[in-house]
Ligand binder design. Structure first.
Ligand code: ZN
Length: 445
């Protein structure tokens, strides 16, 4: 090919290994990813890439493994400021005597903006490029994600009691409509309905959520079957398990992002398949709060789309999708009593493409394919902890740590460069977090 025929691109990323996730089970050696206008235009051998493209910038990572950016499919990122504030307590005491009173004292636009900013920095340093967010003040969250060029689906909260965000049902729905309208055409930030949980949302509000989510064509992000107690409470109050109740209300469908799902009968697993419900597995939150075990392997083998989330930092206590993916993989084996269950490729797929699909972003992200946005994470596998490199995906899932993420791009923009965060003032973020520590410590419980 002569010089005159060379194509231009903005960015060429050369990596020792590329794990595209789609097709499944593939590791490409010495490949490159060409990016133009934020999107992937080609995935090809490095030598071919050099011959074909004139790149404005070339980034070479010969010891790197390039993967799709992780999609954290369930988080409450303002709660990053509550990391470690009350641990090792029973769920009810933890929520009612600690988390809710503290939130009552601090919640507002500043708390939300500062928590999300801290979370963005942490997520980028761990290879996460997209989040499914669920908290109050979604208007503030959306603006902060946009400012930092971070991809997000922001939940529009619905809950039966007044909060700092809205004082009654109509206000929750009015505000949801306003935030949705403001972000409906944004390339980076979108919305979902986020009714809190079956035990905090009545039938009438669920019906409004169903009608509006159909009308606006947005997903519904919901905590569901998190604990045995939740299921029992629903039986007592409604005469139905929460899934049956949601199915009666028309919400158990392919828009539903069902988070936790630790209590499932075989029939409920099959109903997930039939209705196209996506399940978000949050293993570390479930373990720490002793909520139960999501049957990830049974769901995956039945054909349910599975995603992975960290949950909020008050119950995890980090936003580490690398660690969460490992926990998901090994816990799935233990629960299935089968060491062959939920292999490394399957775990990585759930943490990337599974999440993208769950939140309706799979046309945009989740795999390294031409036409998708260049949301990418690169791991440096040269460290002794990931040597010798017998199997790249095994090292990524079972041995690597998030500190080995060297680079991250979102829509082709370099958001983490050799562990540095261009465009973010890390010292200021840490100083601000310390200031919140003092404010929270001063709250009398
Ligand atoms: Zn949650």
């Amino acid at each position: 090919m002569s010089e005159g025929q060379r194509e231009t691109c903005d960015l060429l990323i050369e990596a020792g290994f590329v794990v595209p996730v789609e097709p499944h089970g593939v590791v490409l050696e010495d490949h490159a990813v060409a990016v133009r206008d934020g999107a992937i235009v080609a995935v090809l051998p490095r030598a071919e890439a050099r011959a074909r493209f004139d790149a404005a910038e070339t980034v070479s990572r010969p010891d790197g493994a390039l993967v799709p950016g992780f999609v954290n499919s369930h988080a409450h990122n303002p709660m990053t400021l509550l990391r470690g504030v009350a641990d090792d307590l029973p769920l009810k005491v933890w929520l009612q005597q600690h988390i809710w009173p503290i939130e009552g004292a601090v919640i507002g636009p500043d708390f939300v903006a500062d928590g999300v900013t801290l979370a963005i920095a942490e997520m980028l340093r761990g290879g996460t490029t997209c989040v499914n967010e669920n908290y109050f003040f979604p208007d503030v969250q959306a603006a902060v994600y946009k400012r930092h060029g971070f991809r997000a689906r922001v939940g529009l909260p619905v809950i039966d009691f007044p909060t700092a965000w809205a004082k009654n049902d109509d206000e929750y729905f009015d505000k949801a409509g306003e935030v949705h309208d403001q972000w409906r055409d944004d390339p980076l930030v979108a919305t979902a309905f986020a009714p809190h949980a079956p035990y905090t949302v009545n039938d009438a509000n669920f019906e409004r959520v169903r009608m509006l989510s159909d009308q606006l064509d947005v997903p519904v992000h919901l905590h569901l079957h998190e604990t045995a107690q939740e299921v029992q409470q629903s039986q007592d109050k409604h005469g139905q398990r929460p899934i049956a109740r949601l199915d009666r209300l028309g919400l158990f469908n392919d828009r539903l992002i069902a988070v936790h799902m630790t209590q499932l009968t075989d029939a409920e697993v099959h109903l997930c398949v039939e209705r196209g419900v996506s399940v978000v597995h949050c293993p570390e939150s479930n373990l720490k709060l002793a909520s139960g075990f999501c049957p990830a392997c049974a769901l995956e083998r039945a054909g349910v789309n599975l995603a992975i989330g960290t949950d909020g930092c008050a119950s995890n206590n980090d936003l580490d999708m690398v660690g969460e993916t490992r926990t998901a993989a090994i816990l799935a084996k233990a629960v299935a009593e089968d060491a062959a269950a939920f292999d490394a490729f399957t775990a990585l797929r759930a943490a990337t493409l599974g999440g993208a699909k769950a939140i309706g972003f799979d046309h945009l992200v989740g795999s390294i394919e031409p036409g998708k946005q260049a949301d990418l994470a690169c791991f440096d596998l040269s460290a002794l902890e990931t040597q010798p490199l017998h199997h790249v995906v095994s090292q990524l899932v079972y041995a690597a740590g998030r500190h080995q993420v060297s680079d991250v791009w979102i829509a082709g923009r370099h958001k983490l460069r050799e562990r540095e965060l261009p465009g973010m003032d890390v010292d200021a973020i840490v100083a601000n977090a310390r200031q919140w520590r003092a404010r929270i410590a001063a709250i009398s419980l």
